[in-house]
Design a protein around this ligand. Structure first.
Ligand code: G
Ligand code: G
Ligand code: MN
Ligand code: NA
Length: 254
């Protein structure tokens, strides 16, 4: 498709850029980190959503090229903020299963961090639950290798991947992100409330940090807070914003 043909140029021609969505502590309301989200402004097609172009390239080497571009951008951005004297917060990066299972991921991240003298704790890798259902041994090996270089791991879209919960015991995971499909009506729908409660309780007993996605209103936040959710993300606090807006947020006293 045109997506595969034009994406390589898009990186060179600065049509791709990142925005950053704040992650907020449910207790203090302080920003505790950000998630990097890809954006593509195409000269003819206009704005192209990652929800549209990522699936097209997800099982090709192009997802590695794009993933490496994101990792390089994010680490360079962190280094720039550090050099400007700003206090740094961790940034979560979405990595596709195909890239996770490639032998190039670990050396590439390691090189990005070393080149810019960054603490690995500043990068979190988000893997969707769906990416972990097959290749279980391969996934475990890749995740262990990430842990060896002190990178934190999050399971994204948790609850939608139809995978066995037993992998939580085997996989060295730090963070669970409740899919926004369960958050949407958590305060009014009995089933969604039960699912959110169960996921939060599971995360607590496994000592994992729990992040709720897609929080858009006070009713959702109140419910999640009572259940003991640690962190939330969503339009209620902020949509993803440009890097210069992040600098302003980092400068604000907590
Ligand atoms: O930001 P938005 O809601 O448009 O993102 C749509 C989807 O694209 C989400 O599932 C999100 O995880 C994914 N996505 C956004 N940025 C990246 C990225 O840098 N890499 C990968 N693999 N997926 C991304
Ligand atoms: O799959 P992933 O969680 O990486 O997807 C992140 C996507 O969710 C981003 O594209 C972002 O724009 C979107 N998003 C973030 N906050 C909200 C929200 O409060 N409501 C909705 N509907 N989407 C959100
Ligand atoms: Mn994500
Ligand atoms: Na998600």
């Amino acid at each position: 498709s045109w997506i595969e043909n034009e994406l390589p140029n898009a990186m060179q021609q600065h049509q791709l850029y990142l925005q950053y969505q704040p992650k907020v502590c449910c207790v203090t309301n302080n920003i505790v980190g950000f998630e990097a989200l890809l954006r593509w402004q195409h000269p003819e097609h206009g704005f192209v959503s990652p929800g549209e172009f990522i699936p097209v390239i997800e099982n090709t080497n192009l997802i590695i090229t794009v993933g490496e571009w994101v990792l390089s951008e994010v680490t360079q951005q962190l280094a720039n903020w550090r050099d400007e004297g700003l206090p740094l917060l961790p940034i979560a990066v979405n990595i596709s299963g195909y890239h996770l299972h490639s032998p190039t991921l670990i050396p590439y991240i390691d090189q990005c961090l070393r080149q810019r003298s960054l603490n690995p704790e500043l990068i979190e890798i988000e893997i969707t639950e769906g990416a972990l259902t097959g290749n279980s041994d391969e996934s475990i090996n890749a995740m262990r290798a990430l842990k060896e270089i002190h990178i934190k791991l999050a399971i994204d879209d948790f609850g939608t991947g139809y995978s066995s919960l037993s992998y939580l015991k085997k996989f060295p995971v730090d963070i669970l992100k409740i899919d926004r499909a369960f958050v949407r009506e958590c305060y009014s729908n009995k089933e969604d409330a039960a699912i959110c409660k169960a996921i939060i309780s599971l995360a607590k007993s496994l000592e994992l940090q729990i992040v709720a996605e897609g929080v858009e209103n006070q009713a959702q936040l109140a419910f999640l807070g009572v259940q003991g959710c640690d962190v939330y993300q969503g339009f209620y606090f902020s949509k993803a914003v440009d890097a210069d807006k992040v600098s302003a947020l980092l400068m604000e006293p907590a």
